[in-house]
Ligand binder design. Structure first.
Ligand code: RET
Length: 279
């Protein structure tokens, strides 16, 4: 991999064509996008192939939900590659990248399309996980609402230029929403998966998901938008690798189980029932 010298200084107000060229010139950065387009495409085809004989309606919902994660992902990375969902954002006073000095740069490259599209991809991860645990729609939709809130407030954190404190305030509320989701996964769904009989699969998915998802806020804090310890290509690779774990690996682990045990995975006959004594 050769890292090309970046020709364009990052100034606010770059056109989409200039952003596209910027990405194109930075081989490391563009590879972090293109790899995910390829993996999302392979995953979509893989699910279509693996799921071709599914008949159980709930197993099919899980398969479709898993597929939609990659459908969103391929669109998300196409947006980033084309420069459509990238911007140069000027950091507020006090931010480590404020008035960035090198090569006349006056802002940081913000991949805001990532936060936007997580809004649409993460609910499908949670629908699949919740159904595998045999949870009910109240809890599944609760986590979906909180993940949407987490992503939108994360987007706000990335795009707030008025004040450093407000950037971290958005980060803090986004993190609180995130903890609600972690709680439901670790407490409610873990217990439900025990009862449902999917505890084995669920614990694998749970570890991949909870550990993987914690990587995102950590990367945000270390990356260009937070303390700016990592540069933009490394930050981007970080997200791309986390995406591989939390999306494609999770998808294939779940999918292989779904086709092996379509009935076991769907929570049994009591799936979705509000049983007395259940929370
Ligand atoms: C942000 C910054 C603000 C604080 C928190 C964040 C968490 C992001 C997460 C993203 C997960 C994304 C996934 C995408 C797959 O398509 C927005 C980085 C808590 C957890 C799984």
């Amino acid at each position: 991999i050769t890292v090309a010298v970046q020709q364009l200084p990052l100034e606010s107000g770059l056109t989409q064509t200039e952003l596209f060229e910027y990405v194109f010139d930075d081989t490391l950065l563009s590879l972090s996008f293109v790899l995910n387009i390829a993996l999302a495409g392979i995953t979509i085809l893989g699910i279509a192939y693996l799921g071709r004989n599914l008949t159980d309606p709930r197993a099919k919902v899980i398969a479709v939900s898993l597929m939609l994660i990659s459908v969103v992902s391929i669109s998300s990375y196409s947006g980033l590659t084309s420069g459509l969902t990238l911007s140069v954002v000027e950091m507020p006073a006090g931010h480590p990248a404020e008035g960035t000095t090198t090569a006349g740069e006056d802002g940081v490259l913000t991949m805001w399309g990532r936060y936007l599209t997580w809004t649409f991809s993460t609910p499908f991860i949670l629908i699949a996980l919740g159904m595998i645990a045999g949870s009910n729609w109240t809890k599944i939709l609760t986590t979906c609402a909180f993940t949407i809130a987490m992503c939108v407030t994360g987007l706000a954190a990335a795009l707030t230029t008025s004040s450093l404190i407000m950037r971290w305030w958005w980060f803090a509320i986004s993190s609180i929403f995130f903890l609600v989701i972690v709680f439901v996964i670790l407490v409610d769904w873990t217990a439900e998966a025990e009862r449902t009989g999917t505890a084995d699969l669920f614990s694998t998915l749970k570890i991949l998901t909870v550990v993987g998802w914690f990587g995102y806020p950590i990367l945000w804090a270390l990356g260009v938008e937070g303390f700016a310890v990592l540069d933009v290509a490394i930050t981007s690779w970080g997200y791309s690798i986390l995406d591989i774990i939390t999306k494609y690996i999770v998808t294939f682990v779940a999918m292989f189980y779904v086709i092996d045990e379509p009935r076991a995975i769907t929570g049994g006959e009591e799936y979705g029932a509000s049983l007395p004594g259940s929370r």
